[in-house]
Design a protein around this ligand. Structure first.
Ligand SMILES: Nc1ncnc2c1ncn2[C@@H]1O[C@H](COP(=O)(O)OP(=O)(O)OP(=O)(O)O)[C@@H](O)[C@H]1O
Ligand SMILES: [Mg+2]
Length: 934
């Protein structure tokens, strides 16, 4: 049953209306479509967007395509102009033939789809989870036969559906599935697919088509004028002569108005409507206002308006509409001509009749929508209905619809108090879907009304949230700070949460913060009223971070430890953990507490995955990748980075490449790393994201220290260390500064940096912190003191999992021994450093160690760092997951790929590694100590 979609409202040329059955002048286009089908039959998925003006022949090409795809399953759907704002309406229509397969999906995907299709209640699912479900459905359907998905009038598809379908189309790779869209305007969502612009017919074909429409045009000038003015648009060619009177055809007056393109064709239809009776026109208006194409509904409504059945006859014989199983207009332009040319009163009457004819229980949203269109002015009950529809849409995750519904409900609100409340909700919904401009406009509207104190604070909070969401730059902190202050007397819990948000925003803005910088935020947060109930992990976090900034590390240390313990507590609710995500690991950064960082991060990653919180996931993956890179596990770091990229690509979100930069710096390939660092730093600076600039300086210092470019390393490290000295990046930059300063003979600078480093590492008292402290002190010491410190550093860092830091301790110890002329001892240390660097893959540091070794008289053959193979990051990641025993569907769910595409990648992995089976993967892909937790 897949090739017959009962819900399809695709507008096709009506059969039996004597239309051209074969296409004129479309040889190239048809050849392209044939090729597309041939590819899909070969198992290569294809996505294509046909675009061009109204009437140019897109639907006709789709019909050709479908006719040529007799061996395919064909599913089709079409956007409907009046349903553009009903979330998931298009996707539901599209998936109708697959719904019996829902049961075969993994539970989370199945539930997500059931919720968006209104088949079950539940909290709004992640849009991408729904997309992944659709991907699975399509991929499953294609098991039996190649699958062709045809989506017409995509310009009218609701945005949630377009985004989901575009997501699906992007993630298909090795599948016998094709998705072809036809649209008047590709829009942002469909811009990245291969496309085919449908243009006017060549002159000769246009003539043939024109003469098929009217056998004889007496005046040759009229014919030429029609040909010239229609620019080969088939619909215009077919319709223009029909609207003309005999006198016009004979050339007595201008045949076509001044309007261009679609407008002109529509005018042609309008002219034809004039010939109809009042009842016939009213019936057409009713049909044009009814998006579903349901004949029963149409007649119920017609009954209410007293329109008799015979009213359908003339429009049907005229070929304007066909009322059969579905109500179908001859062409979308007929529908719009009918609707637009109707008087406002007539449209309202039609919508009112449709609302009354629509079952409230079965389709409350469409009913509310019709009620809204029928309202003459503000109408409180209708506004309330719309608000309720918004609530339902929200539970389907149709946030885009929520914003639209609320916005209409604002317009119809009669009660000023309700109006303000709804405006704020609409602004919030718009913020959630990334419609920042609309959200700001709504906020301005709200402000024009009477706001109470809490609402004023909400306005400010939303402004701040919009600023943070749109740039993560320096505009957000002052706005959020004002909101938090205003909220203090009104809602303590919300005020405290807002303070934590401001703190995070100010951290991001860093040195580029204009106002609302960390010290100011921290002071304000500390004087905020205490929580009303028992302290939550977030309260402890806020208290500890604020104290850290105002009082320094020593005072804050016990608080930071308490906050860390609270987040480590398995019993603390997962929800809260996800909410505070990356901020929950800040205390462990400050305390140099590697184990807590690891534990909290692993748990968050798990929770973000379980909740399919795709907006958060890249952030947690990035934090994870930073940690594992620092531990010298570059393969897993690569994998986590690739996974974060897969998610951000799929979701279209952006995140600065923090982990990738650290990894590049540690790898130490000069050109690659410095290019990446420079461009990311520039971008962060331009966006007012100070923390990105600081991060760039810190990782530059690591890179340059590895390359032995001490002076430049010193400059970068000094910049990174100067900023926000109480926090973590500055602390991490200090050992780089000390090493670079010592190497470039600026001992006084190194000595000056020692004290803050001691202070920074003492608070945590961990092997990591104290090991780094010992290593840095050693660089500034002499004789036995120096040796003792080097050994202490090696001992302490040896107890951590931060292998690069340990290797660096061996390196500087070896360098010191060589200067002490203890060549044999020096060789031992340098050899250890060299081996560790090469096994980790730290090329620059390995080279530095090799040069030192040579200076001791030992020659080392340059061993290129082991580059395992030429697997791409994604292939490597898939290989790892397969090696760990994940099945193709499981890997697919992780990476947003279909199982078949995973299989396709795996085959490439096998051939690159020269193996035949998954079992051989375990020897071909070495185990690494730290994989991304699954
Ligand atoms: N190459 C062609 N040869 C003959 N007739 C054609 C050709 N292309 C289109 N037509 C006819 O022209 C009319 C308009 O074409 P079609 O409906 O495909 O336009 P469209 O691009 O889909 O317009 P819209 O954007 O409004 O949906 C139809 O009646 C169709 O049968
Ligand atoms: Mg069309």
């Amino acid at each position: 049953m897949l090739n017959r979609n009962p819900l399809s409202t695709t507008q096709v040329g009506l059969s039996g209306s004597g239309r051209q059955s074969s296409l004129l002048g479309r040889e190239n286009e048809c050849a392209l479509l044939d090729e597309l089908l041939a590819d899909i039959r070969q198992g290569v998925s294809r996505a294509l967007v046909l675009h061009g003006e109204a009437g140019i022949g897109k639907t006709a090409l789709l019909e050709y395509l479908i006719k040529s795809a007799a061996d395919f399953y064909v599913v089709r759907a079409a956007g409907v102009e009046s349903e553009t704002e009903l979330a998931y309406a298009g996707l539901h229509q599209f998936c109708a033939p697959f719904l019996d397969r829902l049961g075969r999906l993994p539970a989370p995907m199945r539930q997500a789809l059931e919720i968006v299709f209104g088949l079950r209640l539940g909290s709004p699912p992640d849009r991408f989870l729904a997309g992944l479900g659709v991907l699975r459905l399509l991929s499953g359907a294609a098991d039996e036969r190649p699958l062709l998905c045809v989506i017409d009038d995509a310009q009218w598809l609701d945005r949630a559906s377009v985004l989901t379908l575009a997501f699906v189309a992007r993630r298909l790779l090795a599948e016998p599935v094709g998705i072809v869209f036809a649209t008047r305007d590709p829009g942002e969502e469909l811009r990245h697919f291969s496309d085919l612009e449908v243009r006017g017919l060549p002159d000769g074909d246009a003539r043939v088509l024109l003469s098929s429409a009217v056998r004889f045009i007496p005046d040759v000038r009229v014919r030429d004028r029609i040909l010239a003015e229609t620019h080969g648009n088939p619909l215009a060619l077919l319709e223009s002569p029909r609207g003309l009177t005999a006198a016009q055809l004979a050339g007595m007056c201008s045949p076509l108005g001044e309007q261009g393109g679609a407008g002109r064709i529509e005018q042609g239809f309008v002219a034809r409507l004039r010939a109809l009776s009042d009842d016939e026109r009213r019936l057409l208006v009713l049909a044009s206002a009814e998006p579903v194409g349901d004949p029963l509904l149409l007649w119920r409504a017609a009954n209410r308006l007293g329109i008799p059945r015979v009213a359908a006859l003339a429009p049907e014989t005229e070929g304007l509409v066909a009322i059969g199983e579905r109500v179908m207009f001859r062409h979308p332009l007929v529908r719009s001509a009918v609707y637009r040319s109707a008087a406002v009163e007539q449209r309202r009457a039609a919508h009112l009749a449709l609302a009354e004819a629509t079952d409230r229980a079965v389709d409350p949203d469409r009913r509310a929508w019709h009620m809204a269109a029928a309202a003459a002015g503000p109408d409180e009950p209708v506004a309330l209905e719309l608000e309720r529809s918004a609530g339902r849409a929200q539970s389907r995750g149709g946030l885009l619809a929520v914003a639209a519904l609320l916005q209409r409900s604002v317009v119809l609100s009669a009660d000023p108090v309700q109006r303000v409340r709804r405006t704020l909700s609409a602004a919030q919904a718009s913020l959630h879907v990334g419609a920042f401009d609309r959200a700001l406009r709504l906020l301005a509207t709200a402000e024009a009304g009477m706001l109470d104190e809490l609402q004023l604070a909400q306005v400010e909070l939303l402004r701040g949230a919009i600023a943070f969401a749109s740039s993560m730059g320096n505009a957000a902190p002052p706005l959020l700070l004002r909101a938090a202050r205003r909220l203090e007397p009104l809602d303590v819990a919300l005020a405290r949460e807002t303070y934590l948000d401001v703190w995070g925003a100010a951290l991001f803005a860093g040195r580029l913060a204009c106002a609302g910088a960390l010290p100011e935020v921290s002071r304000a947060a500390r004087s905020a009223p205490p929580p009303a109930g028992p302290e939550q992990p977030s309260d402890l976090l806020l208290g500890s971070l604020a104290t850290l900034v105002t009082e320094g590390r020593a005072t804050a240390a016990p608080l930071l430890r308490r906050a860390t313990t609270a987040f480590l507590d398995e019993a603390s609710p997962a929800q809260k953990n996800v909410r505070w995500g990356w901020m929950a690991t800040i205390p462990s950064h400050v305390l140099w507490d590697e184990d807590s960082w690891h534990a909290i991060n692993a748990r968050q990653l798990q929770e973000a995955r379980d909740a399919a919180a795709l907006a958060r996931l890249p952030i947690d993956l990035t934090a994870w990748a930073v940690l594992v890179a620092w531990r010298g596990d570059f393969g897993p770091a690569d994998a986590a980075i690739a996974e974060a990229q897969a998610v951000t690509e799929a979701t279209g979100s952006r995140l600065a490449p923090y982990a990738a930069l650290l990894l590049a710096a540690l790898r130490g390939r000069e050109v690659d790393a410095s290019t990446a660092i420079e461009s990311a730093t520039r971008e962060a600076g331009a966006g007012g994201q100070g923390i990105g600039v600081q991060w760039g300086d810190w990782v530059s210092a690591i890179l340059l220290n590895g390359l032995g470019q001490s002076e430049r390393a010193l400059a970068a490290a000094r910049r990174a260390a100067e900023e926000a000295p109480q926090l973590f990046i500055s602390g991490w930059a200090l050992p780089e500064l000390i090493e670079a300063a010592v190497h470039s003979g600026r001992t006084e600078l190194a000595a000056a940096a020692l004290e803050p480093l001691v202070e920074a590492t003492a608070a945590g008292g961990t092997d990591w912190g104290l090991g780094i402290q010992a290593r840095s002190r050693a660089l500034l010491s002499e004789d036995e003191a120096a040796e003792r410190l080097y050994q202490e550093a090696i001992e302490r860092l040896g107890r951590t999992r931060l292998r690069p830091e340990l290797a660096r301790a061996h390196l500087v110890y070896g360098e010191w021994l060589r200067r002490e002329h203890r060549r044999v001892d020096a060789r031992g240390e340098l050899r250890a450093a060299y081996d560790q660097f090469t096994s980790i893959g730290m090329e620059a540091f390995a080279e530095r160690a090799r040069r030192e070794l040579r200076a001791t008289g030992e020659t080392v053959r340059r061993r290129t760092v082991e580059t395992r193979d030429d697997l791409t990051a994604q292939e490597r990641q898939i290989a790892h997951l397969a090696r760990d025993g994940l099945s193709n569907p499981e890997i697919g769910a992780r990476l947003f790929l279909s199982p078949r595409t995973v299989e396709w990648h795996l085959r490439k992995v096998f051939s690159k590694l020269g193996i035949r089976s998954r079992r051989e993967l375990s020897s071909a892909v070495p185990t690494e100590s730290e994989l991304v937790p699954s």
